[in-house]
Design a binder for this molecule. Structure first.
Ligand code: FAD
Length: 471
């Protein structure tokens, strides 16, 4: 590749200003380590462009110098996708200065936002306009919308509104050579050739840099019901899902499964959190919402749960009596990942299965893992309504976490082979990053991998964008 006349750093500083090219080890440290502190890399610099034009200019300079770019939003990803490699030849492109809500079109029910806006701020802006951006996840205060779209994030309202990719109408993309594709269309119908935006959604920064997006907005719920339900077992939770869906239709927004061990672990780290129904093994946290203020939703949720209690699918249930109580219940759910992080290293499996096979998976996986890793502790929770489990494993009592995680490859084989056998996926919503490249090789069909590699070569022939991630 032809070397540009000006040295790399001088060019980068000329584009974004000296202050936004960070090179000291102390200052780059937070950007070269992932949220779980599982991956630590090095970078020539962390570069913070403040506009699409600056992103494009930085990409052009990097292409000229053959310097790889690791795009980064809120750095809350759980697969090491936003962490540079150890070699130190990449730059981290930190996008949080792209922080404007460019437009809200209430009649079209869309908003145009820049990639670096934190998800919570996007939700807030939509709410101020009287509408709802339904993407919601525990990291929403820290993650950025560009990161959400690049990982095709899921979260707690997928059952009703779909994954991040289903909320996008248009994208603005900076390509590997620095050219800009303005695809910021707010159209719900547009059959003019290939749907290019879908390539970039979920591609984890390997095909293009998302600088802005047009998102779909929805009516804000006027009536809500939140319930914490103790269920007999996981099979009962799956049947409860069917009953509640039948009763509520698409007003069922979220349906989360939480094991009693998750509650214990989370409350051990966050003592102020509630223990809504102690003494059971499995819980469901369900959320239903209606856009009408006069909805009989609460009565319908109560009736559905009463049926489930008399059928013994449910053992007990609490329905939140106020927004504050509902928030408390969600708080418990949303602190599980942070509590696990505080407890020490663990093995995470973000898997999906047909909902009908989840109970069988749990029974078979437990049998195999109890034999392979005696005493292993199961930290199982997730978005049951979407067939997505966070099937996490912690060290047996008395075994240091650092020793336990040496067994990760062995545990992964057991879990992912079974997931594959049952028709599931080894990555439901977190992506592949650098963590699950081995799984890509093992579980994806060769023809699928070949097509992905061809796309990568077509869009990024010199391997500038996030090399060594996904593929
Ligand atoms: C406590 C906690 C709870 C979580 N819960 C969920 C959950 O419920 N559902 C879920 O799906 N995820 C969840 N996550 C994972 C994480 O929050 C999501 O993957 C999120 O979408 C990442 O956004 P980010 O801005 O932090 O991206 P980053 O971590 O900064 O980046 C993620 C990937 O996207 C790329 N990227 C970032 N920005 C851009 C851009 N503008 N253009 C191109 N590529 C880009 C990066 O290179 C990297 O490959 C959770 C994480 C935590 C810590």
């Amino acid at each position: 590749m032809a070397e540009s006349a000006a040295p790399l750093m001088t060019s980068l500083q000329a584009i974004v200003g000296d202050f936004h090219v960070i090179t000291s080890a102390v200052d780059t440290a937070p950007y070269v380590t992932d949220w779980r502190e599982r991956y630590r890399g090095q970078a020539r610099a962390v570069v913070r462009p403040g506009s699409t034009a600056e992103v494009a200019a930085v990409a052009r300079v990097c292409a000229e110098h053959g310097v790889p770019i690791v795009p980064q939003g809120g750095n809350t990803g759980l697969c090491g996708g936003a962490t540079p490699h150890a070699g130190g030849d990449e730059i981290v492109m930190q996008l949080s200065r792209l922080n404007r809500v460019r437009d809200i079109d209430t009649e079209n029910a869309t908003m145009t936002v820049e990639a670096g806006v934190p998800l919570a701020a996007v939700q807030h802006a939509a709410a101020e306009a009287g509408l709802l951006l339904p993407l919601s996840l525990a990291a929403e205060g820290s993650c950025a919308i560009g990161g959400n779209l690049s990982t095709n994030a899921g979260g707690t309202a997928v059952l009703r509104y779909g994954n991040a990719r289903e909320l996008v109408l248009g994208l603005e993309i900076v390509l590997a050579d620095g050219r800009v594709w303005d695809g910021l269309r707010g159209l719900r119908k547009d059959n003019t050739g290939y749907d290019l935006k879908q390539l970039f959604l979920g591609s984890e920064g390997t095909l293009g840099i998302i600088t802005a997006a047009v998102l779909k907005l929805f009516p804000r719920p006027q009536t809500s019901a939140t319930a914490w339900v103790a269920v007999k077992d996981v099979a009962a939770a799956v049947r409860l899902l069917g009953v509640v869906r039948q009763a509520l239709g698409d007003r069922l927004t979220g349906f989360e499964l939480i094991s009693a061990d998750c509650v214990t672990l989370t409350r051990a780290q966050f003592r102020a959190l509630p223990d809504p129904l102690p003494g059971h093994h499995w819980y469901v946290l369900l959320q239903a919402d209606d856009a009408s203020a006069n909805s009989p939703l609460l009565a319908q949720v109560e009736a559905a749960l009463a049926d489930c209690l008399s059928d013994e699918l449910a053992r007990d249930a609490v329905i939140a009596q106020s927004e504050a109580q509902a928030a408390e219940l969600w708080n418990l759910r949303e602190h599980i990942s942070e509590a696990q992080k505080r407890e020490g290293p663990n093995m995470k499996h973000d898997i999906s299965l047909p909902v009908s096979r989840i109970a069988a998976f749990l029974a078979r996986a437990k049998e195999a893992l109890d034999t392979a890793l005696p005493g292993v502790r199961y930290v199982v929770f997730g978005h049951l309504g979407d067939g997505n489990l966070h099937y996490n494993l912690s060290a047996p009592v008395g075994v240091p976490s650092s020793t336990f995680i040496e067994q990760t490859s062995r545990a992964n084989r057991i879990v992912y082979d079974l997931v594959a056998e049952l028709g599931g996926s080894f990555s439901a919503e977190h992506g592949v990053g650098q963590m699950k490249r081995t799984e890509m090789e093992r579980y994806k069909a060769p023809i699928e991998l070949e097509l992905m590699r061809r796309m990568k070569r077509a869009l990024d022939p010199h391997g500038i964008l996030n090399p060594g991630k996904v593929l």
